[in-house]
Design a protein around this ligand. Structure first.
Ligand code: ADP
Length: 602
């Protein structure tokens, strides 16, 4: 029991681990897949945005060089202090600004001083300002061209500064600068809900569709970088060092994670040459996590269902195995029981055979005893009249010799009476002996038989003043037997009853007949003295009689019972309630193919 419990606990733990493992594995796989997908989308977006940023800058790349070729600009540079030249240059720059779409255009002399500008007549004009510290000036002076993104020192507006050196006869005379406003690009991104931005070579975001990104470094800035920023006044007036890094966390190789209050974003970067800028684009990771969670949850569910199915299948298998085992046990028990029964049947058969043999032996012995008693009775019955006959005939002979015819006649008369008595005995005995061949039973109307029998005994009843009553049930079915012999049986029984009432005050015999499922039962009840036990034991013995009249042979009941039993019926004697004897005869119903069925004898 305990081991089963322990096994269950183990299996439960294993199931929990399997479900957790499957869920975690699927969650991880889904996460990686989705993450890869988002990465791809970020890269796609970078590719598209790179084109727009580059084209935005390219549009103005050649503008400083072209402006530097103009005579008005050259004149203004060559004639410092000439109001006419600088006025012409201002007008020219203003006109070009309107046509090119550049934010501002201005010309610096070799000292970095602005001598002409497109905003010469506007508040915050560049004219007179010195930009010698700006890298775009230094680069242009050194290499011929420069480019630099910065927040305007004068205007406070961010812009991309493109510069080109103006040379006359191989000698530099000044620098032309075009300031390009990249704000519209950021506005396009913001309008599209895109989280795209541009960061400078130090990773500081300067242009973005999301205002939260602006002027924040991607990662914590190094000390010398901060110093450089201050020297260049790149983002004049903005404390970049104090701004929180945008993407301190590293994700997959090359990708960074941005943690914003609403979500975590995957950040992709692409370099924009030649400024060492970085184009940035970010997509939220929440859908990735959501999908991974969903897949993990589904996997857990499927794993639970799968395990459930396994457990179910296992239980079914165990039940089937148990049933099979029970069947086997049952079959074995049935086989054992069958064997025991067969043994018992064999035993009973043997006992029955033994019983039958014993019974047959007994019957044989009883038959022999009956034969002995019968022979004795016959000898007694016949030898007595025979010796009487001998004496009577001797007496007749004597009287004949004495010539006494009257005596002879009397003697002969007596002899004939004796002979008749012997004839009667022999006649009864013949009935006895002929019963061996009773012939097939016939359909007998018991009511007719009883009526006939009662008719025959009517004189005796009348003589003895006996009231004979009969109560026969309606439509008694026909019984199996022989009408003549059954009549003989009933005459015998009714006569016995009449004779038994000889001494009674109320001489009455009642014959009733009714049918039940066993057959038809006829009852003869009398008001006689009943039968004492000693007589009862010998009732059916041949030649047993308690009557002293020479008419009684004591064969009636013996023959009656034999006949009734021959027909498959039964004859029994009982005490009549209220005194007297109740004889009942049960006879089987007649069937077309009669089945010989012996009813239990009394
Ligand atoms: P029998 O009538 O010639 O004597 P039975 O065989 O018919 O011979 O009857 C045997 C004896 O059974 C009778 O002598 C009598 O004693 C007894 N017996 C028969 N029927 C009755 C009866 N209804 N009541 C009392 N005794 C009876």
């Amino acid at each position: 029991m305990q081991s089963i419990q322990r096994r269950r606990v183990w299996l439960g733990l294993v199931a929990v681990f399997v479900v957790a493992g499957v869920a975690l594995g699927c969650w991880r796989l889904a996460y990686l897949r989705q993450f890869g997908e988002v990465e791809r989308q970020v890269q796609d977006r970078l590719t598209i945005n790179l084109r727009s940023v580059e084209s935005e800058i390219e549009r103005f790349r050649y503008l400083p060089g072209v402006i530097g070729q103009d005579g008005r600009v050259v004149a203004a540079l060559q004639q410092p202090g000439s109001m006419t030249s600088s006025g012409a240059a201002n007008g020219y720059l203003q006109a070009v600004r309107g046509m090119s779409g550049a934010d501002e255009l201005y010309v610096l002399n070799l000292a970095g001083q602005t001598i002409a500008a497109s905003n010469w007549d506007e508040p915050g004009s560049f004219v007179g300002h010195n930009y010698a510290f700006r890298p775009y000036f230094l680069d242009a002076m050194a290499t011929g061209s420069g480019r630099f993104y910065a927040v305007g020192v004068t205007t406070g507006k961010p812009g991309y500064f493109l510069s080109g050196r103006v040379d006359i006869g191989g000698e530099p005379i000044g620098v032309v600068v075009a300031k390009v406003d990249m704000g519209p690009l950021a506005m396009t991104w913001a309008a599209a809900g895109e989280m795209s931005a541009v960061a400078d070579r130090d990773g500081i975001v300067f242009l973005s569709g999301d205002p939260r990104w602006n002027y924040r470094p991607l990662q914590t800035l190094a000390g010398d970088t901060i110093e450089l920023l201050q020297a260049e006044r790149r983002y004049d007036g903005i404390d970049i060092a104090a701004a929180a890094p945008l993407a301190p966390a590293e994700a997959a190789a090359g990708s960074l994670l941005i943690n914003l209050p609403d979500d975590t974003y995957l950040l992709g970067r692409r370099a924009i040459e030649p400024d060492g800028w970085q184009l940035l684009s970010a997509l939220p990771l929440e859908p990735v996590e959501r999908e991974a969670r969903l897949v993990g949850g589904l996997a857990a569910l499927i794993a639970i269902l799968g395990l459930g199915a396994l457990v179910f299948a296992n239980q079914r298998r165990q039940i089937v195995r148990l049933k099979l085992e029970q069947n086997v046990i049952l079959e074995r028990r049935v086989a054992e029981r069958t064997q025991a029964l067969a043994h018992e049947v064999e035993e009973r058969r043997r006992t029955e055979a033994e019983l039958r043999a014993t019974q047959e032996n007994l019957i044989h012995a009883a038959k022999l005893a009956a034969l002995g008693r019968m022979s004795a009775a016959i000898v007694h019955e016949v030898s007595q009249p025979l010796s009487a006959l001998d004496n009577t005939l001797a007496a007749a002979d004597l009287h004949a010799q004495r010539d006494a015819p009257a005596e002879v006649h009397r003697n002969l008369g007596n002899a004939r009476n004796l002979l008749r008595r012997m004839q009667r005995t022999v006649k009864h005995l013949r009935t006895f002996s002929s019963r061996r061949e009773p012939g097939p039973p016939e359909a007998v109307n018991i009511a007719t038989v009883l009526e006939a029998a009662l008719d025959i005994v009517a004189p005796q009843a009348r003589d003895g003043a006996v009231r004979v009553e009969k109560a026969l049930g309606p439509e008694l079915p026909r019984v199996a037997g022989n009408a003549v012999r059954l009549e003989q049986v009933f005459i015998n029984l009714v006569l016995n009853a009449i004779e038994a009432t000889a001494e009674a005050e109320n001489r009455e015999v009642r014959v009733t007949a009714r049918s039940d499922e066993r057959g038809v039962s006829v009852e003869i009840a009398d008001t006689g003295p009943g039968i004492p036990q000693t007589v009862r034991e010998r009732l059916f013995e041949p030649f047993f009689t308690t009557k002293s009249t020479g008419e009684s042979l004591g064969l009636g009941l013996s023959i009656s019972r034999t006949l009734v039993e021959e027909f498959g019926g039964a004859l029994r004697f009982d005490v009549r309630p209220g005194g007297g004897t109740l004889v009942s005869v049960v006879l089987p119903l007649y069937q077309a193919e009669p089945v010989r069925k012996r009813l239990a004898p009394a």
